[in-house]
Structures are given as structure tokens and as C-alpha cells.
Design a protein around this ligand. Structure first.
Ligand SMILES: Nc1ncnc2c1ncn2[C@@H]1O[C@H](COP(=O)(O)OP(=O)(O)OP(=O)(O)O)[C@@H](O)[C@H]1O
Ligand SMILES: [Mg+2]
Length: 496
């Protein structure tokens, strides 16, 4: 039985890796003979089967196909409705994981325990949904690890680098920038992470598709596609052309539709790279933000390492080289290193020190020291970039007489202004009546190594306390019973 298995559940592609008996990590191919599996699920109309991977991506009705479900993992209200059934992001991800597990198990033996990676800025809800998806697919998650952390472990192992390292991970759907230190002994200490959702290769594809459509219109005076199925087909062609442009300076493609006919499209790398320059500048702003948040300058960084398929675009390397004054390092298999790093993590977890990626606090009535005015503010209890696991406590005073229930809003976010933070849960504590305002209550937040938050409140006067595992008001988070039921349902569905 394989002891150390890691899974990179990506927006566009997913991969599974294990640690072989000789201690080296290796990607386990799927049953379609591919090292990575497209994260796409197809719901067939006729057979009770779910296709996952290339077959799902390349064929069939787009209305029955789910792409990029990872973008939705933090949305408790999203579901995909088909044939009168509703499927949540957790269940759809479970199909992808079920294929990875089954195909992998066929090659290396039964896979029951895994380390799964998530983007550094994935919130609590998305992390829980990922754990639930794995459990529905029949695997225990020993640890959830941030993708850049896994990638850093892989680089530390493969390239034998040490010092202060920036991981720049530009994948299909997300950008992650992480600064960390790798010690001479291979220990990794995370300093900070910044991330942007919906910034990656998919955006480049859309820009390139618009360029294709313009050229096609100029030549034929007609539209390149007229429905979603044709648009998907074009997007596929465009993605292939984008990959070629990473190797060639110009690409000629033939595209078209049956009614109007075919047209030859000419593309130059420079024109494409100019068109995505604005997005690349956005990625550099995130780099700047990450450096700022730990008080570092580009000259303080010893290595920049590349992760994610989109870092194969030459301009990406150029802008980073210009920013740092030296060339970034690429291990070549930039879309496989997160899965391999996850497997390494499973074996060497103790050598990694992580920080929390968000601030957590409560809404409290605070006084403006200058004006004396009282306003509801976000009072941070655990600040971003604190080393985890950790636990922090703060004491507050109740604001009203005769309070019978203390209700505390749990926040996630950096801003002092409540409008710019998320309320992710509530702490409710019943207290004996007849108390004056100004009673002391202590709020304690603890943050574990899976980046999950627990909150507790203690009322000093009555000695009563309560603790919650932040559950986003119960929405979208499955309990044990639901997971077990969905897991047995999934076993009855054929996943190919
Ligand atoms: N040679 C290449 N040139 C340009 N882009 C490429 C190349 N190879 C792959 N890509 C792009 O890389 C993206 C996929 O990268 P990767 O597999 O690292 O992403 P992911 O892990 O699925 O996404 P995320 O990390 O955002 O969840 C796709 O958008 C793909 O088009
Ligand atoms: Mg990725």
C-alpha cells in the first residue's frame, strides 16, 4: 500500500504523485495514459456515468460539462443542475478525485490517505469542501497544504536551493505568490502568501479567443462561433496555439465554422504577449504586495521559482527577470511540481512552518481616540502571517445592560471597516439575566496546521463558555452523516 500520496486538485488539471520505496516522488499516470487529468466532469444523458478528464473536456454537450469547478469551492449557493438533479462543487470535485484515486490505486495499490493541496488564499469553506470531496471519494485527508508550500518543497528537494525564495505560481485559474525561507537542512518557513482568484491561463485564452474572432471577422465578415459548443471548440484550439507560441515566434492556425468556411489566422508571440501585458502587470502588483507585507525588497530575494503551466509563457519570465534582476528558476515540469511536492510533504511535514493567510477577528464597538465617537469596527484577534498553529485571546466589554445572549460576529479579512470583511460565523452564548454593561468576555481563536479556525468565548461573570468550529453558518459544509451517505452514493456511480 502506498504510504505517501499527494494530490494537486487544480482548476484546469489535477495530478497524483507518490513517494516510491527509494524515497523519490513520482507522478502516477491516469488510465488514459496521461500524467495529468483535466479537471473536467461530463454528465452523460444516456448512461449513469460521469466522465472525468480528457474525454469529458474534448467531447459532448457543453451544457452537460463542468469546467473549473475549483473556482466555486467557496460558494455555498452554487450547484450544477442536470437531469433534475443538483450537484454541489464538493460532489463534482469528488468525481475528479474518485478517478485519480481509482486510476492511481490500479498502479500503486490502494490509496486511502492523501495530502491535498489548495491555493494559499483558499478560505475556510473551500478548504472544508476540499476535505469533504476527498472523503466522499473514499480517502482520508491527512493534511491540506498550500500549493506554493508543496511546490517549494519540491524545488528544495530537486534543485537543492536555499535562502529566501519567492514562489510565483501562475496556473489555469489562480495566481499565488508566496515568500518563504528554505534552510540548509531543507526546512521550509513560510513568510507570507498573496493570491488572486480568476487570474491565470484561462484569462489568456479568452483574450486570445477575442483576437481570433477579430481576425476571423476581418477576413470573412462573419462571427467565429455562434453557440457555446463552437466557442468551446475554438477555446480549445486557442489554448493549443497559446502553448505553441511559448515555443515559436509565430503560429498559423486554420479555424472556422461549417456555414461560413475556414480562415487562416496568423499570430505573433509579441502581439499575444502585448495583449496580456496588463494581466502580467497585475501579477507583479501582487508580487509587490507580498514583498511589502513582510518588509522586503526584490533584492532581498535569493531565488524566484516558477510553478504552474502559464509560467511557460516567455514574457512571464521576462517581467520577473526585469523585476528581480536575475532569471527565475524553472524545474520544467511546472504543472507537476505541486502534486510531487504534496507527496513530499506527506513524508516530511515536520520540516515546514506555515503562517495563517488571513486575519480573523470580531465586530466590536470601538472608540475613535480623536473624536470619542463609537463605531462598529473589525477588531483583529489573529493577524495575517502569524506562525501556525497558534491561539490568541482578546478581552472585550459588553456594551448593553440586561444582555441575555452575547452574539459575536466572526470576521475574516484585513480591513478595519466591516464593509470590506467577510462574516464567517457567529458565536452565541446565553448568559444569566440582570447584568450591567461592561462585563468582561474573552474571545479566543485558534488556528490549526490545516488553516482551520476555531473560536471560543468565555463570559467572566457567569463562567460560561462556548466554542464553535467556524462553519459559515452551516451553509455548504457537510456533516459526517452527509459525507458517509454521499460517499456510498458515489460508489454506485460509474466514473470513467
Ligand atoms: N506551454 C504553455 N504555454 C502557455 N500556457 C501553458 C503552457 N502549458 C500549459 N499552459 C497553461 O497552463 C494552465 C494550466 O496550468 P496548471 O496545470 O499549472 O494549472 P492548474 O493547477 O490547473 O490551475 P490552478 O493552479 O490555477 O488551480 C492552462 O491555462 C494552460 O493553458
Ligand atoms: Mg496549480
Amino acid at each position: 500500500m502506498p504510504e505517501h500520496v499527494g494530490i494537486d486538485l487544480g482548476t484546469t488539471t489535477s495530478g497524483l504523485a507518490w513517494i516510491k520505496d527509494d524515497g523519490t516522488p513520482e507522478i502516477v499516470p491516469n488510465s488514459d495514459g496521461e500524467r495529468l487529468t483535466p479537471s473536467v466532469v461530463y454528465f452523460d444523458k444516456h448512461e449513469k456515468v460521469k466522465l472525468v478528464g480528457s474525454a469529458a473536456r474534448d467531447g459532448g454537450d457543453p451544457g452537460r460539462t463542468v469546467f473549473r469547478i475549483k473556482d466555486r469551492m467557496d460558494d455555498p449557493n452554487y450547484f450544477f443542475e442536470i437531469d433534475g438533479e443538483r450537484w454541489t462543487p464538493t460532489e463534482i470535485s469528488a468525481f475528479i478525485l474518485a478517478k485519480l484515486r481509482r486510476d492511481g490505486s490500479n498502479l500503486i495499490g490502494p490509496i486511502d490517505k492523501v495530502v491535498i493541496t489548495v491555493p494559499a488564499n483558499f478560505n475556510e469553506l473551500a478548504r472544508k469542501a476540499t476535505i469533504a470531496a476527498a472523503r466522499i471519494a473514499g480517502m482520508e485527508v491527512t493534511r491540506i497544504v498550500n500549493e506554493p508550500t508543496a511546490a517549494a518543497l519540491y524545488y528544495a528537494y530537486r534543485e537543492d536551493i536555499s535562502g529566501r525564495v519567492m514562489v510565483y505560481d501562475l496556473g489555469g485559474g489562480t495566481l499565488d505568490v508566496t515568500i518563504l525561507e528554505i534552510g540548509g537542512n531543507g526546512n521550509v518557513r513560510i513568510l507570507t502568501s498573496e493570491g488572486a482568484r480568476r487570474l491565470g491561463g484561462n484569462n489568456f485564452d479568452e483574450i486570445l479567443l477575442a483576437m481570433y474572432a477579430d481576425q476571423y471577422r476581418d477576413i470573412t465578415e462573419a462571427e467565429l462561433y455562434s453557440d457555446e459548443r463552437e466557442r468551446r471548440r475554438c477555446l480549445h484550439a486557442v489554448e493549443d496555439a497559446k502553448k505553441m507560441l511559448s515555443k515559436l515566434r509565430t503560429v498559423t492556425d486554420t479555424v472556422g465554422n461549417r456555414q461560413i468556411g475556414l480562415a487562416r489566422i496568423e499570430l505573433a508571440r509579441e502581439v499575444f504577449e502585448d495583449a496580456v501585458a496588463g494581466l502580467l502587470t497585475r501579477t507583479l502588483m501582487l508580487v509587490e504586495q507580498a514583498l511589502d507585507s513582510v518588509g522586503l525588497a526584490p533584492s532581498d530575494i535569493d531565488h524566484v521559482v516558477l510553478v504552474g503551466g502559464s509560467t511557460r509563457i516567455p514574457r512571464v519570465r521576462d517581467v520577473l527577470a526585469r523585476k528581480f534582476g536575475f532569471a527565475p528558476l524553472s524545474c520544467g515540469n511546472v504543472d507537476e511540481c505541486v502534486a510531487q511536492g504534496a507527496a513530499l510533504f506527506s513524508k516530511h511535514a515536520l520540516s515546514v512552518t506555515e503562517v495563517c493567510n488571513q486575519s480573523y477577528g470580531i465586530l466590536a464597538l470601538l472608540e475613535n481616540p480623536e473624536t470619542g465617537e463609537q463605531r462598529v469596527r473589525n477588531s483583529i484577534i489573529i493577524a495575517k502571517n502569524r506562525t501556525i498553529p497558534c491561539s490568541h485571546t482578546q478581552t472585550y466589554l459588553t456594551s448593553e445592560d440586561d444582555e441575555c445572549v452575547i452574539v459575536i460576529d466572526v470576521t475574516q479579512g484585513e480591513d478595519e471597516d466591516p464593509r470590506y470583511v467577510d462574516i464567517i460565523g457567529k458565536l452565541t452564548l446565553k448568559v444569566p439575566p440582570g447584568r450591567p454593561a461592561g462585563c468582561e468576555v474573552t474571545v479566543t481563536y485558534s488556528y490549526d496546521e490545516n488553516q482551520r479556525v476555531r473560536a471560543s468565548v468565555l463570559d467572566h461573570l457567569s463562567g460560561k463558555s462556548t466554542e464553535v468550529d467556524i462553519d459559515y453558518h452551516g451553509k455548504g459544509v457537510l456533516n459526517e452523516k452527509q459525507i458517509a451517505r454521499k460517499s456510498s452514493l458515489l460508489r454506485q456511480i460509474r466514473v470513467e
